[in-house]
Design a protein around this ligand. Sequence first.
Ligand SMILES: Cc1cc2nc3c(=O)[nH]c(=O)nc-3n(C[C@H](O)[C@H](O)[C@H](O)COP(=O)(O)OP(=O)(O)OC[C@H]3O[C@@H](n4cnc5c(N)ncnc54)[C@H](O)[C@@H]3O)c2cc1C
Length: 565
Amino acid sequence: MDSYDFILIGAGHNSLVCAAYLLKAGYKVLLLEKNSIPGGAATTEPLLPDVVSGFKFNPCAIDHLFIHLGPVVRELELEKYGLEYLFCDPVVFCPHPDGKYFLGHRSVEKTCAEIARYSPRDAEKYAEFNDFWQRVIGMLTPMFNAPPKSVVDMAGNYDIAKLKDMFSLMGSADKTLDFIRSMFTSPMDIIDEYFDSEFLKAPLARLAAELSTPPSQKNMAVGSIMMCLRHNPGMARPKGGTGALTEALVCCVKDLGGEIRTDQQVKSVLVDNGRAEGVQLTSGQEYRAKVGVVSSLDAQRLFLHLVDPSDVDAADPKLRDRVARRITNHNEAILKIDCALSEAPRFVNHNHRDEYLIGSVLIADSVAQVELAHTDPNIGRIPLEDPSMYAAVPSMRDPSLAPEGQHTLWIEYFVPYQIAGAEGTGLKGTGWTEELKNQVADRVLDKLAEYAPNVKSSVLARRIESPPELEERIGVLKGNYYHLDMTFDQMMFFRPLPELANYKTPIENLYLTGAGTHPGGSISGLPGRNAARVILQSQRPITQAISDAGDTIKSAAQSLFRVTE
Ligand SMILES: Cc1cc2nc3c(=O)[nH]c(=O)nc-3n(C[C@H](O)[C@H](O)[C@H](O)COP(=O)(O)OP(=O)(O)OC[C@H]3O[C@@H](n4cnc5c(N)ncnc54)[C@H](O)[C@@H]3O)c2cc1C
């Protein structure tokens, strides 16, 4: 039987990041991945090789924002392993039915100039809106980059600029209360407070709702950062597709001596006397971990499916019930459409320019339409009457993804996981069938064609993935694209539950990482990095504390140096 220091379950990007830090600390590490390629929701694949050749698609993530808020790329030297980020500019295009359009550039000034063509007042307010949320981003970044319960780690991440951001938001008692009040509001409240024009409000609502809640969701005003992150630090895509990030991480892990085994589905975690000792695969094979087992599968999958109930109960008799019932996993999921196109979509009624297709392309006609795009799926309805969507033409920014002159189209469309009234039918009893997913995709493409009429005739081939198919492929329960809901009650030290929030579990040497842990879903690598920090601290309390203190002093000195420069 093979033996390692650490075994990581799953080889998504967070697991690979976590493994790299453990390897750097000198441990022997094995990652076990159920699929034939690593990456999970961060891959680039041919998808339709029998139908078209020369096209590369991103079946899941495309736009990378949060990874630029942390040091993972630099610390793991991923550029040395082939990673090259291509920043997008413009960052967002959203055509409006009345002929107006929102074109967001990386530059705030250029974005304001675009808005001013239709509304000088909203342009002025946009600069204010961005300024506020940039300061929030500055304040939150140190928290994203530290384990949520490690106050010392968090404090060490605040340099002078970030402290300034924090104090500018919370200068006096009333200012602090007003800031907290803002955070209790919804994206819709905030957007209405600042702006008048629907052509601007609808795309901002759509982006805010990318945190997976409707624009009216109270306590989720923070979703407003989804547009502001596109200005700073910016939105980028790895050259060659999202899978190029995974490839660089794989090279890094292998270079550091790590092992990745694919087509190895973990069936259970082996626990002996309250201690995680290894894993067993569906094939029956066992692997032993001398120091720890790290799950990049969320707490629900880990404690309800992979650990024997008697072992969970022995560690914490309430845990199974809390994991099953207190963690929320809503019904909203993604129908993913990937197309090979003979030519790029042309927004003929909006003075088409190819630069519209560089960043995210949103179909968001009104805030009300975006609201329904989220609320309908939650009650089991497909919002087919007037589809809103998030699309991209990745080959416009990165021509290596398609044959010359041809393009790829990426569409994310929110649908229910369980269709109301169709219980017990279709795939996994969700109501989803081949016929239905094709009908829905037809409707979505019809809607896109209202703006870009050439899109339908240019589809050479397409691949549609329904929520239960996504669940089957990468294992995410109910097709939840962030593993668990990203609502306020499940973020930071609440993610996934307070007692599991610092990557440790009540079972000794069993750790959690991945999108189901702080700071949550998306391409960031931060759950992986933070988890590694906690694991190393618990294995080597003194040496790790000295090294962390060194890092903290170094970063404080660097920030002071920058300020005095
Ligand atoms: C359709 C879609 C679009 C998205 N778009 C974006 C985007 O544009 N930008 C963005 O930032 N984020 C996006 N996201 C979210 C982002 O991709 C994920 O939050 C992130 O990739 C999660 O990474 P992870 O490593 O935590 O988990 P995962 O990527 O889920 O990795 C977990 C791995 O574990 C494997 N696994 C599961 N069960 C087992 C088992 N029993 N044994 C062994 N291995 C197992 C899986 O196959 C998988 O490889 C999107 C997600 C989806 C689904």
